[in-house]
Structure formats: C-alpha cells, structure tokens
Design a binder for this molecule. Sequence first.
Ligand code: HPA
Length: 273
Amino acid sequence: MAALMDQLEETVRFIQEQGALRPEIGIVLGSGLGNLVAELAIEKEISYQDLPHFPVSTVEGHSGKLIFGKLGNKQVVAMSGRFHYYEGYSASEVAYPIRVMKLLGVHTLLLSNAAGGMNAAFAVGDLMIIRDQISLFTVNPLIGKNEAGLGPRFPDMSEPYNKATILKAVAIADKLGIPVHQGVYAGVTGPTFETRAEYKLLHLAGADAVGMSTVQEVIVARHMDMQVFAISVITDLGIREEENIITHQEVLEAAAAAEPKLTAIFRELVQAI
Ligand code: HPA
C-alpha cells in the first residue's frame, strides 16, 4: 500500500481537479446534526466512495459526502457523515479526512457530536462546548511512523480546543440566548453505550460527556496545528437512578431536536473566525 503522504496527495489532487476548491474552515457534523449543510451555498459535492483512499460510511444517519461551498462569506468544506472506530476503520482511517482538509488549506476545524451526559447539571437537548478531552480509552491515530511533513512525533495537547474560539462561541450563544455548558468530553470506542459503572467511572475521571467520535479527529487536527472547536449535543443521560436504557433512535431524535441551536451558533461562529 502507498505511503500515507502519497495517498493524501492523491486524494487532494483528485479534489482539486474537480475545480478551484479552497476551503478554509472544515465542518464535521455528528449523528442527526447535519442540517447546517442546508445553509451552504453548495459549489461541489463529492461522495466518499468516489474519493481515492477515503473510507466509506455505513452507519444510519450518515449520508457520506464531502460538501464544498460558502457559508456566509466563508469558504468551507463539510463532511456529511464521519467515520467511527466502531465501524471497523483504523484510528488513522477515522481521521484521514481531517488530514485531507488540512492539505486543502483548512486552518480551523469545527465539529459536533451526540454525547451522553454525566454532569448532574445537564439535561437532554443541552449543548456543551468541549473545553478538553480524554482520549485514553480510544486508539491514538498517530500510532505508527510519524509523517514529519504533517506534524511532530510528540504533539502538545495542552489546548486541544482553541480558547479564543471558545470565547467567541460563548459570546455568540449569549447573544442568541442559547444556554451552553462547557466541559470535558471522553472519547470511547463504542458501539455499546456505557454500563452504569462505566458512566460513573468516566465521570469520576473528570468527563462531563461521553461519545464515540471526535477525539481521534482532534488529535490528528492538533498534530497538524489546526485550530479546533467542538460542541456536544447531550442526547441521553448516563447517570441517573431510574431505568436507563439508551437507544440509537433516542439519540438521533434528541440530536435532531437540539440541532437548530447548534446550527445557529455554528452559522455565526464561521463568520467570526
Ligand atoms: N455514550 C456514548 N456515545 C454516545 C452516547 C452515550 O451515552 N450518546 C450519544 N453518543
């Protein structure tokens, strides 16, 4: 198999041959959170299956294409559908599109995800700006030969989520009258939702929310020195006394219900970056 850098260059060349696509902001939308795409003045859509070296998305609620266009006055690329470790991709495959984005010129990455809440102050439908992350329960996508052209062998992770962007998002949410929490997101592999004991452990470890995406993408983005911002939509609560059966359907429904708040913040944030 070709070296990573050769694969990336081939993917990027394929995209650039489709036209002058010069995105500066990358957007990755989580399960049931794809509506922001409807606001793009779309210039080009490319199905993942047509992209050389791209994994192909399989999970329900993910349509699987790269969408290039303008959001307000900003040139963006949005992933409609992302790759999850639980689908069977390697950690580095999960994060492959983020590397492509960087090589296309993207300097800032905005992500959303559906997450289980563990902070007692959280309710279903709340938004949480991710301030920090715990990725020790997942496989690090940088394991293996370091590609020095992308970033350092031992990247700093003291500010995974850009503080200045968080401040801008908080101000925007405040202006729009949308309450937002800030907290720590723990990444897990899934596909099982957590047991009661696991939610408790993650909470004790310092996490406010837990989900099956994001952390590997963020590691790869920080490796390449991209600015990162992410919001979780709390779709279920992991820690409560009563019966606590969590279904994928419930997660999708809660995400869809909270989606307009998320879209409103992202829409303005893109202009403020
Ligand atoms: N756990 C893990 N991933 C999730 C959850 C959860 O409770 N909710 C949505 N994604």
